[in-house]
Design a protein around this ligand. Structure first.
Ligand code: FPP
Length: 290
């Protein structure tokens, strides 16, 4: 009996908080709403220590916080959400910790891929971004399955950066751009009996035409599926980017609340949206000038 009553109270509380959220979001939506928010989910181990949890449960709590934040962003109308889930540098952690994090990652990816998962209910497409070759076969296959299974979803996009650093992304994009240019030049050359490569050396105008520019590199970024982020939120009070979205964050608003990642909540999102709206015209002007 107590259990039934407890469930009813739980449902009632959920309905009331969902209604309050809707009211707040409709007021916020009168102003500009960011199209892309990225999160550095810092402070999961510290949360675990603070709450005396067993190892790994801080990251589990972090995953629940991610799901809540995903839901809030979706309800507010933010189309792109990106999270820094595992950096290339994180592979240098204690092997037991890496293994446990990868196990959790695989379990949660499989959970997200299920038919009835939140991403499928809301129509969210998942991308995994990073040097996926560095992942174990199991985790990489899970990630690839999730990308395929959600590829028909189009309401919003969740990019999960794993085995990711910005420097690796930039090097990868530059390498791909060089290969693409070389292919172009070789093709031209073949069509002109080898004349182009010689002419290229001689003709400065042609040289410029065949130079790699920002747009070439941009196109080959892992993150080219999204517009640049409007806001990056890093929890636990650290105001560093730690090799995350360096290429994409020239004009974005940074916010670093003291809360540890599992403690992040609606109030933090509301606060940063208000800050974004206050700075909107200035940021828009800066983007235009670049
Ligand atoms: C499928 C999916 C998206 C899973 C994500 C699970 C999750 C929350 C991963 C976070 C991983 C991570 C290294 C966070 C940084 O906190 P930390 O471990 O560095 O903690 P600290 O800052 O307290 O040391």
């Amino acid at each position: 009996m107590e259990g039934v009553n407890g469930k009813k109270v739980g449902h009632l509380f959920e309905n009331i908080s969902s209604f309050v959220r809707q009211c707040i979001f409709s007021v916020l939506s009168v102003g500009p709403v960011p199209s892309h928010i990225a999160f550095i989910m810092d402070g999961n181990r510290r949360y675990s220590k603070k709450q005396n949890l067993i190892d790994g449960n801080g990251h589990r709590a972090g995953f629940s916080a991610l799901i809540n934040m995903l839901k809030y962003c979706y309800e507010l109308g933010v189309k792109y959400i990106t999270v820094y889930a595992f950096s290339i540098d994180n592979f240098k952690r204690r092997p037991e910790e890496v293994v446990s994090l990868m196990k959790l990652m695989q379990e949660k990816i499989d959970e997200l891929t299920k038919e009835e998962s939140i991403v499928n209910r809301l129509g969210i497409r998942i991308y995994f971004q990073g040097n996926l070759k560095l992942l174990s076969d199991h985790v990489r296959s899970a990630a690839e399955r999730a990308m395929v299974k959600t590829s028909g979803n189009s309401k919003a996009v969740l990019s999960i950066c794993v085995a990711y650093t910005s420097t690796d992304e930039i090097v990868h994009a530059v390498q791909e751009s060089c290969e693409e240019k070389w292919d172009e030049i070789r093709k031209l050359d073949a069509n002109n009996d080898g004349g182009n490569l010689v002419r290229l050396e001689e003709n400065v105008k042609d040289k410029d035409e065949h130079r790699i520019g920002v747009t070439n590199v941009d196109r080959h970024m892992y993150m080219s599926v999204c517009p640049d982020p409007d806001i990056i939120i890093r929890t636990s009070g650290a105001a560093r980017l730690s090799n995350f979205l360096l290429w994409q964050s020239a004009h974005c608003l940074l916010y670093s609340p003291a809360a540890l990642w599992p403690e992040i909540g609606l109030r933090h999102l509301i606060w940063v949206i208000l800050d974004f709206q206050r700075n909107y015209l200035y940021l828009k002007e800066k983007k235009k000038q670049s």
